[in-house]
Design a protein around this ligand. Structure first.
Ligand SMILES: [Zn+2]
Length: 115
């Protein structure tokens, strides 16, 4: 948290934290992450902080994993168990295509994970 230098104007250790929202969207996840980042008090340029960025990436990756897992585990297992549907029916429902689609391997992995 020391020796933050503004790359724009060269001012040293003159910064303030601003709260902002970062949006993450991708395959199986979508969320907004509130972050607090340093900005130069003199010129207003964002100041890059490696440690802060590393933390944000870690939090974001954790959320991505959680959201992907929630969708797969909760939705798929819930449908299978609650409605007693077959994997074949479910694959059609989800638009996964024909019988040869490797959804069985996919579900097998999920079951293994939940134990
Ligand atoms: Zn500056």
């Amino acid at each position: 948290m020391e020796n933050r230098i503004c790359m724009e104007c060269g001012t040293k250790d003159t910064y303030e934290f601003r709260n902002m929202i970062r949006e993450y969207e991708g395959d199986g996840y979508h969320f907004e992450l509130p972050v607090s980042l340093p900005f130069c008090k003199k010129c207003g340029a964002p100041i890059y902080d490696e440690e802060l960025e590393k933390n944000i990436v870690q939090i974001a990756n954790k959320k991505i994993r959680e959201q992907r897992e929630i969708i797969t585990r909760e939705e798929i297992l819930e449908i299978l168990e609650t409605y007693h549907v077959s994997q074949k029916f479910l694959s059609k429902l989800l638009g996964w295509g024909g019988e040869n689609y490797p959804y069985k391997i996919y579900l097998g992995k999920l079951y293994a994970q939940s134990f």
